[in-house]
Ligand binder design. Structure first.
Ligand code: NAD
Length: 456
């Protein structure tokens, strides 16, 4: 079956209106959850083969989020799908006004490799929950996870409703030729631009979940031990291959030495720095990324780590100190286990420097001073973030997750995912029992005066 055939079959199925039935959607999501649960062992095996991700991290950073999204949709779809009445205003008296959420149609979800299950399946839950059909194109880089998702989904769902197309650039390019009603893409900024251009040909709306360099500010009054612990966890989770990982740290010069020591203590406590991979620490996804990251380790600036093994695709948790905005490591998103620490003496200047960079996907500030925290949150634009924590904001489905500027367009999670895959249809609904002639010709000064009186 060709991509065009699958796409056409989904259009036919969508037009049958079956997915508009809320009970149908709930049943499909329940089936989906059950399938994932029944096949969890296959999901664990595949991701371990791909880049050594442990069962613990796979559950906590991938499956838990997907189950949470499914549960949230099952619980709330009825409420979210209800028409919502709004005020009408005098100009349309006597009438009522309401908004009907409707699914967009045939949707395309394109996943990234770094959290291969979560980043493919959480948007799928939102798309199906909002009543769309879905073609999912997972990243081809973790080949086993792509295969296992295709196997579970394609063997259990009809292709005209939900189907996985595996492949890379060639297959994605073929998919982008089709006219979708929505494209949801997670990945890099350069590929995001390709997707946006392809979508424009069909005027297809897009959500782009992209990346960027996410800073973490550590101010002089922060609790150093807890700050270091939270930042080390957030940075080295998934071996730094996390879109919302703190990319670099800006620490107040007065606590720099103490803070570096605290980072070292935390790393030594949680990771085995010397002999590499373990239950707690992942491989780099492929040799290409290993090579890209290895050259970013400036030996003169290594404070801790810097141990690499190309054969095992291992890079130990690495801290670089005395880094400046001019260093190579500050040019692009790092997306690996290397943490540059920059120090500052002038907060205003540092904020200015950060504002000169493209708007990041995430932002973190560690401090006890509410006034300064609020000032920084107001001053710097970013997708989302946390105060005195990192990464965890994305686990709260009441918060929209997405970027701004070059870090992305649109958002999802929970109700925001439902909104992303819905159109809100506006209706003005009028009875026949009253017909006022004021808007009809022939116009007169009297009529205009009355209209002005009503409006002004
Ligand atoms: P990527 O852009 O290389 O690939 C993403 C997807 O696009 C894959 O499915 C891939 O097959 C496809 N693709 C690649 N080249 C293509 C082309 N020329 N034409 C059409 N499709 C193409 O991204 P990646 O390496 O998988 O992920 C890393 C990037 O994603 C990082 O920048 C990271 O910050 C970002 N990211 C963002 C989020 C988020 O939620 N905002 C999450 C994870 C990753």
């Amino acid at each position: 079956m060709t991509i065009t055939d699958i796409h056409k079959s989904q259009q036919v199925f969508f037009n049958s209106n079956k997915t508009k039935d809320i009970n149908f959607r709930i049943e499909q999501l329940k089936t989906f959850k059950q399938l994932l649960k029944e096949n969890e062992h296959l999901l664990y095996e595949a991701i371990y083969d791909d880049f050594g991700k442990s069962k613990f991290e796979t559950y906590t950073t991938e499956l838990a989020l997907i189950y949470h999204e499914i549960n949230g949709f099952i619980k709330n779809i009825k409420k979210w799908s209800k028409r919502k009445h709004v005020a009408t205003g005098i100009a349309n008296f006597p009438a009522k006004s309401y908004i009907i959420p409707e699914p967009l149609g045939v949707t395309l979800v394109i996943g990234a490799w770094n959290y291969p299950y979560q980043l493919s399946l959480a948007p799928v839950v939102a798309a199906l929950g909002a009543g769309n059909t879905v073609i999912l194109k997972p990243s081809e880089l973790p080949a086993k996870t792509s295969q296992v998702m295709a196997k579970i989904i394609n063997n259990n769902f009809p292709h005209d409703y939900f189907h996985v197309v595996e492949g890379g650039v060639k297959e994605t390019t073929a998919l982008l030729e089709c006219r979708f009603d929505k494209i949801f893409f997670t990945g890099s900024i350069p590929v995001g631009k390709i997707i946006y251009q392809a979508a424009a040909k069909h005027l297809t709306p897009v959500t782009l979940e992209l990346g960027g360099k996410s800073p973490a500010f550590v101010l002089a009054d922060a609790n150093i031990k807890i700050t270091a612990k939270r930042l080390v966890w957030a940075k080295f989770l998934n071996a730094g291959q996390t879109c919302v990982a703190p990319d670099y740290i800006l620490v107040d010069k007065s606590i720099e030495q103490k803070f570096l020591k605290a980072l070292k203590t935390e790393i030594e406590q949680h990771y085995n720095n010397e002999d590499g991979l373990s239950e707690n620490y992942l491989q780099i996804i492929n040799t290409k990324n290993f090579d890209r990251l290895s050259v970013l380790i400036d030996e003169n600036k290594v404070y801790l780590g810097g141990v690499t093994n190309r054969e095992k695709r291992f890079i130990s948790p690495t801290i670089l100190k005395d880094v400046t905005f001019q260093d190579d490591i500050m040019k692009d998103e790092i997306f690996g286990p290397i943490l540059p620490v920059l120090s500052f003496t002038n907060l205003d200047e540092t904020i200015k420097n950060v504002k000169e960079q493209p708007k990041p996907l995430s932002f973190y500030v560690y401090s006890k001073n509410r006034k300064t925290i609020n000032r920084i949150l107001k001053d710097i634009s970013f997708g989302g973030g946390a105060v005195n924590d990192s990464v965890m904001h994305l686990s709260n489905s009441n918060l929209p997750f997405g970027g701004v500027g070059s870090s992305g367009i649109g958002s999802y999670h929970g109700k925001y995912g439902f909104d992303t895959f819905s159109h809100y249809k506006s209706i003005l609904d009028k009875p026949f029992w009253l017909e006022l002639n004021i808007k009809y010709a022939p116009y007169s000064r009297r009529k205009l005066k009355l209209i002005k009186w009503l409006i002004e």
